[in-house]
Design a protein around this ligand. Structure first.
Ligand code: GDP
Ligand code: CA
Length: 319
């Protein structure tokens, strides 16, 4: 069975771990978000691709959900001693090796997709990990500094430095001109099932869908497309997705996120068991919906979520 999943960072990566455990023989392709990518100290950093790679390659800091396990911060301390910032984004020593290899390869002319493949030969994530695009397409967030002054910030500055203040809009800079990376459209077209893990609908999945050709391929596929809500009740399970949902005019609820994707993209949607009351509204939007436990508390719970998503895909696929 061929499964293609779109993924951001933590939510995507943790779900994928469950999916692989549930379906060890499946051929899984992951289309990763590059909207969060940033250049720091001359190094190209791809936080979401690395979170997927480290999580599935057993190199992740488990408690944090991002960055390397057993990390040290000598280089960050030295930079601080020089007074060289930014002080709001710290890179660990082990992690820096990844960014050094990536930057060297990019500078030598390799596209990000080839670089990611090379990095994955070490991590063996058990999936084919493709960046959504090889082109630069970065997420920026517009905030109001006061009545008359607006400022667009790189997503990392908005999220990590400012902790997601009220946002007016989200701009995927460069996305319009970007092309899907080699293999991305093919992975969607050839998939038996397409999955949207419980990743951020705006700045993770939304940033992937902003690359022309990807949304269209998902809308066009005959294979079932199923998603899992990252929102339980009226808030994200972790992080600040409510802030970026508000910026695109979407209420923070499992049903509203399903409607935001719409039935052109989604055939099926899972909401948490505590959101069973939302099922009817999602079905009314033309999307098959089930309520099941959606908290990734441990691997067994996550495997059960992956199975529920595939069961729903099988059901909607029969129609
Ligand atoms: P990021 O790039 O690291 O922010 O990761 P993603 O975009 O892949 O995932 C972030 C989303 O994952 C947030 O909106 C969370 O609400 C969601 N999330 C995290 N843990 C869980 C969980 O256990 N269950 C569900 N349903 N969503 C989760
Ligand atoms: Ca991210």
């Amino acid at each position: 069975m061929r499964i293609t999943a779109l993924a951001g960072g933590i939510g995507g990566a943790r779900f994928l771990r469950g999916l692989l455990a549930a379906m060890p023989d499946a051929e899984v392709t992951v289309i990763g978000n590059v909207g969060d990518d940033i250049t720091l100290h001359g190094l190209r950093v791809c936080p979401d691709l690395d979170t997927v790679m480290y999580t599935l390659g057993d190199g992740i800091h488990e408690g944090q959900g991002w960055g390397r396990a057993n990390e040290t911060f000598s280089i960050a301390a030295e930079l601080e001693a020089y007074g060289v910032g930014p002080d709001w984004f710290t890179l660990g020593d082990r992690d820096i090796a990844t960014h050094l290899v990536r930057t060297q390869m990019l500078d030598a002319g390799y596209p990000l997709s080839a670089v990611t493949e090379a990095l994955c030969t070490r991590w063996k994530p058990g999936v084919k990990l493709l960046p959504a695009t090889d082109d630069r397409a970065e997420t920026h967030v517009v905030i109001a500094e006061d009545e008359s002054k607006r400022r667009a910030l790189h997503f990392q500055e908005y999220w990590v430095r400012l902790h997601a203040p009220v946002a007016e809009s989200i701009v995927f800079v460069g996305a319009e001109q970007a092309k899907p990376a080699p293999g991305v459209v093919d992975a969607i077209t050839r998939a038996d099932v397409v999955v949207f893990p419980p990743s951020n609908p705006v700045v993770s999945i939304g940033a992937i869908l902003a690359v022309p050709g990807i949304r269209e391929a998902i809308a066009a596929t005959d294979a079932p497309v199923v998603g899992l809500s990252p929102i339980i009740g009226a808030s994200p399970v972790r992080g600040m997705a409510d802030k970026v949902l508000a910026a695109v005019g979407v209420e923070t609820s499992a049903a509203a996120v399903a409607e935001y994707y719409g039935n052109e993209l989604l055939d099926g949607w899972l909401v948490d068991e505590s959101d069973a009351a939302a099922v009817e509204r999602v079905q009314a939007a033309g999307i098959e919906c089930r309520a099941v436990p959606l908290l990734m508390t441990d691997i067994n719970a996550t495997v059960a979520m992956a199975r529920a998503a595939l069961d729903l895909a099988a059901e909607v696929g029969k129609k």
